[in-house]
Design a protein around this ligand. Structure first.
Ligand code: PMV
Length: 323
């Protein structure tokens, strides 16, 4: 009744922003992502009849709000298993938590993978993806490695709103260099930000209407391994998502100065012929995707920007798995 699992964060290239159902956590748009390798969450779960209550430790600390989300997700698997046994969850990240580095993605993917093993459920990857989605939309994608697509689905119960693999990491081994601008957790979390955007942004209907077109272009770019095409659609999706968030009332602004400086530097490199592009999630970190032989050039460019606190280098990695 105990297991340990590891999962990696993923970065969306075609972004998800907005929900069509908050209870089931169903996204309003599909998304395409890459799963990373060196950054990871390790989650240990232990079900024990001797325990008198559930407990959750995240990075060795108690966090009541996060613990509630974790236990709500564990409950979905306890229900499938038909057990009520209490659980001890210990989860830790080897990278900053809650600052736009997708810690909730790796966190919930590792959680459902560990609980599935501990309860000996042997659920399919698609089912694990659906369950991870209930914890955090982007977590559905971290069940898989390499290039991943999160499908919108048509069922009202969300059973077909799951992620699936597009291309293995080894088939197109891109590099990701993250310029960490701040280690602080963001002011407005993604769920709150998405709901505010849906309710108040005049741009929201256009965002939803264009999503399938963007996904089609990115899907083709991945299948063709066409870097330029993937760069163009990824930067477009990123800027469009942030423009959308900024157009909410009050406007959401996730960028700091070095984030904007990073965008300009990456554009300069692209214009000079380097195979690089940027993407940014709900936080100030600038993420640069490149061919592997561009990593030193990217690192130098990021190092040159005042205000970049840390640089993390990673490649593309595998899906969630048990130790
Ligand atoms: O899965 P959530 O609720 O953390 O939302 C993720 C939102 C973005 O990272 C900004 C975009 C995405 O598709 O991952």
């Amino acid at each position: 009744m105990q297991a340990t699992a590891r999962a990696h964060p993923n970065i969306a290239l075609v972004k998800y922003w907005g929900k069509r159902d908050t209870r089931l956590n169903l996204p309003a748009v599909g998304s395409i992502s890459i799963t990373l390798d060196t950054l990871h969450t390790t989650t240990e779960v232990k079900f024990d009849a001797e325990l008198t209550g559930d407990s959750v430790l995240l990075n060795d600390k108690v966090n009541v709000a996060e613990a509630e989300r974790v236990i709500a997700c564990v409950d979905l698997l306890r229900e499938i298993a038909g057990v009520q046994t209490c659980v001890e969850v210990r989860s830790s990240n080897n990278f900053p938590t809650g600052a736009g580095l997708a810690s909730s993605a790796s966190g919930f993917a590792a959680l459902v993978t560990a609980v599935d093993a501990a309860l000996n459920l042997k659920l399919s990857k698609a089912k694990l993806s659906e369950l991870a989605r209930r914890g955090s939309g982007s977590a559905a994608r971290s069940i898989f490695g390499g290039f991943v697509e999160m499908r919108l689905g048509v069922e009202s119960d969300g059973s077909d709103c799951v992620a699936g693999p597009l291309l293995d990491a080894s088939d197109w081994p891109l590099a990701v260099t993250v310029g960490v601008v701040s280690h602080a957790a963001k002011d407005v979390g993604s769920t709150e930000g998405m709901e505010l955007t849906r309710e108040t942004s005049p741009c929201y209907p256009a965002w939803v209407a264009e999503a399938e077109t963007d996904l089609g272009i990115a899907r083709d770019a991945v299948q063709e391994k066409n870097f330029e095409k993937l760069a163009d659609i990824s930067e477009h999706s990123c800027l469009k998502m942030h423009a959308l968030a900024m157009s909410a009332q009050p406007g959401l602004m996730y960028w700091y100065g070095p984030t904007v400086e990073g965008i300009h530097r990456v554009r300069q490199l692209r214009r000079a012929g380097h195979a690089v592009f940027f993407t940014i999630d709900a936080g100030p970190q600038i993420k640069v995707v490149s061919l592997p032989d561009e990593v030193d050039t990217v690192t130098d460019a990021l190092n040159d920007i005042g205000g970049i606190r840390d640089i993390l280098r990673t490649g593309l990695g595998s899906g969630a798995s048990c130790d």
